[in-house]
Ligand binder design. Structure first.
Ligand code: ADP
Ligand code: MG
Length: 703
């Protein structure tokens, strides 16, 4: 008798040939692998549909009725066998194109059948094509509904050739489940959790996920297995976090000092929002704890992350440390530098700028000041982590726009202070849904700035099609006449780059005709330009020498031109939701009412339409991120592509937020009480984690 770890070959009904395809096609090597090959849907055999109620094309239905008529119609390829089935509520057609002769012989008009198949719509009427037919009297239950849901498994052509279609796999699983002793799959959750959260046992769940007898059993099994999947992931992530916190010491910032207080009292030009205050408190408590801070701050565009970053850096300076602020592009870094210099200049804080373009004497001077400790804050690009940048006592690094910095770069940062790793604060303006954050950044601490500063005018977003181009131009003229500036953005993706560039250039030329010099000046920025040219064009726009900026998504990140209040996005249907939202975030930064106009072709896909509608309906980045997750699935959300952590067997981050939240809370709770899982009631957890880590491919990719 095989056990769960036996080679799949030895399961009855498999053998060497089928084992080979199972391995190749589905990665099923052992009986255990097969047990975890879950159905992707079920056929409900527990009830009969009434013919009257059948009106969903594509639905699988089971009907019981009397065959009233059976005849061959049509010629050649249209030749088909047509039957009509009647139950108490109505009549429907059954159609076969194949095996006509055989069916004509075996089916009998006047008899009662259990009929099963997929609903088709033809000429406004519903039929079933190629239904499975079984004479009611000869079914297992004598025509009563069967007791089970039939599982349907993912299969492939090659498997089907070996007899392992959905039905064949069903047989194998039936055999496997009948043979395996339940003790082979020990419970891995503590009894108290099962009781508290009303979860069914592990064996029960695994057998019923394959062969549920009703909806309730299926739901209970699914819930339990999703919980298990998410819970152990959280347990592991939180263990990593706890271990890191316990083993890596962080510099202690014991006091809030004069720089911080003077900035707060004398310089801060506005009242902090509640969310900013809360996040600052969270950071403050990290920094005073003696543990190493690794915190992610999520905040929508315009939520005021910069001042949070700055005040965090002031905490470092008050405690005798230096601070860096790194941005992904030169332009952004320069903007931060200008902004921060202005905010803290008079406090006697030395702020420097460093990037690849700072050369010669200037660079030497800055490097010297950093090494001596004279310079308190340095703002810059990736250049800051180069080996030739040495600090006297670096205490914190703030990284703006997280997903462009890799793990390796973070590691180099850590080496910047021989006395210990500087604290790390990562700020991202790409809101991601909570469920994703808990998973992707589950080993980090996450703060959310979920409130915009008061008095912001929401950006008005409108959808226009090609036909409205003249109206859009008229609007541009009006806004420019009021002294505003306008972005016009074109899509640019690698696969269609040449065409996209042409599209952009012809758009630029058209605009140049419609908005002629000298009255109008137009900047253009795209990825194929030299960095210096891009910068020059950008600067012209920032200095208001040009009124229109034609660009690709290179302007997506962080750029701040408060006077630009109109964002026009061409071919908006080609952008993803989060990208549209990021682009829109470039406007709405000044006191003026801002606008975002989404231009699309007349015809849109359903999904495209939903993206555009969402943009027009809301300005809330978190809401948008949720819709994005629902539309595209977790694997396609920006910045998550390489993550192996989003592959779940059953859990779906777009839908299982509640289970995930519960799983995380429970995992937190368990680890708080028992960090080493040493208590007897946690022995199962410990054992399961140990057995899982044997194939820990996924885990090597995180932390
Ligand atoms: P982001 O989170 O996108 O980086 P910024 O830090 O650039 O946002 O802030 C956007 C604008 O809002 C800046 O002009 C900033 O001075 C302003 N701001 C930030 N916090 C507040 C606040 N609490 N009240 C009013 N304005 C604020
Ligand atoms: Mg910012």
């Amino acid at each position: 008798m095989p056990n769960l770890d036996s080679n799949i070959e030895y399961l009855k009904g498999v053998g060497p040939q089928r084992a080979e395809v199972l391995k190749k096609e589905l990665g099923i090597f052992t009986c255990r692998d097969l047990l975890f090959h879950f159905p992707f849907r079920y056929i409900d055999r527990t009830q009969f549909h009434s013919i009257r109620d059948i009106h969903n094309e594509g639905e699988q239905v089971q009907v019981r009725g009397i065959l009233r008529r059976l005849e061959t119609v049509g010629e050649g390829r249209a030749r088909r066998l047509v039957g009509s089935l009647r139950d108490e509520t109505g009549v429907m057609e059954l159609v076969w194109f194949q095996a006509i002769q055989w069916l004509e012989k075996s089916l009998q008009v006047g008899k009662e059948y259990v009929v099963f198949g997929r609903v088709n719509e033809f000429n406004g009427r519903f039929n079933i094509t190629h239904p499975e037919m079984e004479e009611a009297a000869s079914t297992e239950n004598g025509g009563a509904p069967a007791r089970t849901y039939d599982p349907v498994y993912p299969s492939t052509d090659k498997l089907t050739q070996k007899g392992l279609d959905a039905k064949g796999l069903r047989k194998l699983l039936r055999a496997l489940i009948d043979q395996i002793a339940p003790t082979e799959l020990p419970e891995n959750l503590p009894d108290y959790l099962l009781a508290q959260y009303k979860l069914v046992g592990r064996w029960q769940a695994l057998s019923k996920i394959h062969f549920p007898e009703n909806r309730a059993e299926l739901d209970a099994a699914t819930r339990r297995l999703k919980f298990e999947e998410l819970f152990f992931l959280q347990l592991r992530l939180l263990q990593i976090r706890t271990r890191r916190k316990d083993t890596i010491r962080g510099f202690v910032y014991s006091k809030i000092g004069a720089y911080f207080n003077r900035f707060f009292q004398e310089k801060l030009p506005f009242e902090l929002t509640g969310a900013q205050k809360r996040v600052l408190k969270e950071i403050r408590s990290d920094l005073a704890s003696g543990k190493h801070m690794n915190r992610l701050v999520q905040g929508d565009v315009g939520s005021g992350k910069t001042v949070v970053a700055l005040m965090t850096m002031l905490m470092a300076i008050d405690n005798g440390f230096q601070a860096t602020l790194m941005a992904p592009t030169e332009i952004l870094a320069q903007q931060h530098f200008a902004n921060i210099s202005e905010l803290v200049g008079e406090l006697g804080i030395q702020v420097g700028f460093l990037s690849g373009t700072v050369k010669g004497k200037k660079r030497e001077a800055i490097l010297a000041q950093l090494a001596s400790g004279e310079m308190h804050i340095v703002v810059g690009t990736h250049a800051l982590i180069e080996d030739w940048v040495q600090f006297q006592n670096l205490g914190i690094s703030v990284i703006d726009e997280q997903h462009r910095f890799g793990v390796e770069q973070r590691a180099r940062l850590w080496a910047k202070n021989p006395a210990g790793p500087p604290h790390v604060l990562v700020m991202t303006a790409t809101p991601i849904p909570r469920t994703l954050a808990m998973t992707l950044y589950g080993d980090l601490d996450v703060s959310v700035i979920d409130e915009l500063p008061p008095g912001r005018k929401p950006i008005t977003t409108k959808h226009y099609t090609e036909h409205h181009r003249l109206r859009v131009q008229g609007f541009m003229r009006e806004e420019i006449a009021k002294g505003r500036q306008v972005y016009v953005v074109y899509p640019m993706i690698e696969e269609t780059e040449t065409m996209d560039l042409q599209n952009l250039m012809s758009g630029f030329e058209a605009l140049s005709r419609d908005f002629p010099m000298p009255e109008y000046q137009i900047s253009i920025v795209h990825g194929k330009m030299k960095a210096a040219d891009k910068d020059y064009e950008m600067q012209r726009f920032i200095k208001r020498e040009t009124q229109i900026m034609v660009a690709t998504t290179v302007i997506e990140v962080g750029v701040n031109v408060p006077n630009a209040s109109v964002m026009i996005i061409e071919n908006a249907e080609r952008f993803g939701l989060s990208q549209l939202h990021q682009l829109r975030g470039r406007v709405g930064r000044g006191a003026e009412q801002s606008y975002c106009l989404l231009l699309t072709s007349f015809k849109l896909s359903t999904e495209g339409r939903e993206r555009i509608r969402t943009m027009c309906e809301t300005n809330d980045g978190f809401v948008i991120a949720e819709v994005d997750l629902r539309l595209r699935g977790p694997g396609n959300i920006e910045g998550t592509q390489q993550s192996g952590m989003l592959h779940f067997r059953l859990a779906d981050l777009a839908r299982d937020g509640q289970i995930l939240s519960a799983a995380r809370d429970i995992a937190l709770n368990v680890l708080e009480k028992d960090p080493a899982l040493a208590a007897p009631e946690h022995a199962r957890l410990k054992q399961h984690l140990a057995s899982e880590s044997r194939d820990a491919k996924v885990w090597s990719r995180i932390s």
